[in-house]
Design a protein. Structure first.
Length: 174
């Protein structure tokens, strides 16, 4: 039985892929999120980013979306994991190449710290590839723990890895 939130909650999600037909996978993930989780109200541009954590792999395409959902954070996580699996995600090692990775960045202003779920995302303030697309759609959003806006966090991020807008003219289907 699904546990529904008593009201809608604005949730920010980070999508990332560095395998396969990356633009098509992002499009498929957006369709699944809209079908399974809620109404997508904002979508960032797509950014191409160097791999973080394990830099010996292909660059990622990343995108942030804002979705309004009736589901609890735990239910959103379960649905996201099902979407990742549907799109071919297999979990073997941390920071590995992947067809699709979807992280919950913020779930409203809630702070959640369980074994299964940590919100706000614990690495959010350390990752340029997360903050750049998030800043595009939510520059004034206030981090509920760090009490800084997304723009302030991006200005302070220690991550030196490049993040660049990905233009659809760069896209060459396989």
């Amino acid at each position: 039985m699904q546990k529904l939130a008593s009201q809608t909650t604005d949730t920010y999600l980070l999508l990332g892929t560095n395998m396969g037909d990356r633009p098509a996978l992002l499009t498929q993930a957006l369709a699944e999120i809209a079908h399974e989780i809620g109404i997508i109200t904002r979508i960032s541009s797509i950014y191409e980013t160097a791999a973080w954590g394990n830099e010996n792999q292909a660059p990622f395409l990343n995108q942030v979306v804002k979705v309004t959902t009736i589901f609890s954070a735990e239910e959103v996580l379960a649905k996201l994991q099902a979407i990742e699996k549907k799109l071919g995600r297999e979990r073997h090692a941390k920071w590995e190449a992947r067809l699709m990775d979807i992280d919950i960045l913020f779930y409203g202003n809630k702070v959640i710290d369980t074994d299964e779920l940590k919100v706000p995302h614990p690495y959010l303030a350390q990752r340029r590839f997360t903050l750049a697309p998030l800043q595009e759609i939510a520059p004034h959003y206030l981090h509920p723990v760090l009490h800084k806006t997304v723009t302030e966090l991006l200005d302070l991020v220690p991550d030196p890895l490049p993040v660049a807008p990905y233009h659809t003219t760069d896209y060459e289907p396989h």
